[in-house]
Design a protein around this ligand. Structure first.
Ligand code: UDP
Length: 322
């Protein structure tokens, strides 16, 4: 297939692009480089520095078979302070993209949705029919797009899949030695921050909350390897059905606490992570774990790589100094 990847200069977009190329697909990346990196674009991909809202005049010339849509603003805290950016970039921008797909007859889309659509839930593990009650504008923007996709699929015959990621970690280092991983200017995620703290390249890790109602008092999250996640995108591309919208959770089905993650970082790096125990971070639910039964039945997808593999690959990527 000739696949358009929006946000292909970002973390997950670049990994998925590299996997698509390795599988023999053609990849056209659009990214406005607002948070992505030009040098994260795989060498074999075609690259256009463009916003998703500006695709309409050029899309007709590209003969695209499918879109994987990652381009989005994705910082929860920023979304609380600047919701307009999230509604404009994520929601309005995606509706413009969907209208361009319609106008130019692009029949299928796989969308990067999020566990943030569910918000706090007492129902664990979270299934796709768990009520979606996002706790912040970032999650609301992803849910709004999921709802739009359902309508566009039903009315206009689009084949659409929303993949709701839980906590993604790890990196891809390919056979040619090229590496793709997490490099955010503002890094909020636990694993990269813990690795930098362990390496002495960042401040001590602030551990947000030790009094949660969990076995060790720290938050429990469901981590999945970005390589497993990429496989799910390739499967979803093939599984899409015209006129149907599917929502699929992607997680391991099991949780790890922040303290368990920090212990694994210690084991992998051979260095203890310096930690400051801090107050809870606003909006963090105590436990978020995915049910991945639907991903298994619909896509035939199961995660294969554990937390140690994620942290080992993320550590190798960090040590490459990018
Ligand atoms: N966390 C932490 N210190 C950090 C970053 C995250 O203690 O510097 C905790 C956070 O409170 C949450 C878990 O680690 O319980 C995972 O957070 P992350 O931001 O990686 O992902 P999220 O679950 O928020 O999408």
């Amino acid at each position: 297939m000739r696949v358009l990847v929006t946000g292909g200069a970002g973390y997950i977009g670049s990994v998925v692009s590299a996997r698509l190329l390795a599988e023999g697909h053609q990849v056209v990346i659009v990214d406005d480089l607002s948070t992505g990196h030009a040098d994260a674009v795989p060498k074999a991909a075609e690259f256009h520095q463009l916003s998703i809202a500006a695709l309409d005049p050029v899309l007709g010339d590209w003969a695209i078979d499918a879109v994987i849509h990652f381009a989005a603003k994705s910082l929860v805290g920023e979304s609380v302070d600047e919701p307009a950016q999230y509604w404009r970039n994520n929601v309005v921008g995606t509706v413009a993209l969907l209208d361009s797909l319609r106008a130019h007859g692009v029949p299928r889309i796989v969308f990067s949705s999020s566990a943030a659509t569910y918000g706090h839930s007492d129902q664990q593990p979270i299934r796709e029919d768990t009520p979606a009650r996002p706790g912040n504008p970032y999650g609301a923007s992803k849910l709004a797009i999921d709802l739009a996709l359902a309508d566009y699929a039903r009315a206009y015959g689009l084949a659409a899949t929303s993949l709701r990621y839980f906590n993604v970690a790890g990196a891809l280092i390919d056979a040619a030695g090229d590496s793709y991983g997490e490099r955010h200017a503002t890094e909020t995620h636990l694993i990269p921050n813990a690795l930098r703290a362990a390496a002495g390249q960042g401040p001590a890790l602030s551990l947000f909350g030790t009094d949660y109602p969990t076995p060790d008092g720290t938050c429990v999250r469901d981590y999945i390897h970005v390589r497993d996640l990429a496989d799910a995108h390739l499967l979803a591309l093939r599984a899409g059905v015209p006129g149907e919208h599917q929502i699929v959770n992607l997680g391991s089905g099991a949780g790890s606490s922040v303290r368990e993650v920090l212990a694994t970082v210690g084991d992998v790096t051979g260095r203890q992570v310096p930690v400051n125990e801090a107050a809870r971070r606003a909006g963090d639910p105590p436990v978020l774990v995915a049910s991945n039964e639907y991903a298994a039945s619909l896509l035939g997808w199961r995660p294969t790589l554990d937390l140690t593999a994620m942290i080992t690959d993320a550590w190798r990527f960090e040590q490459r100094g990018r």
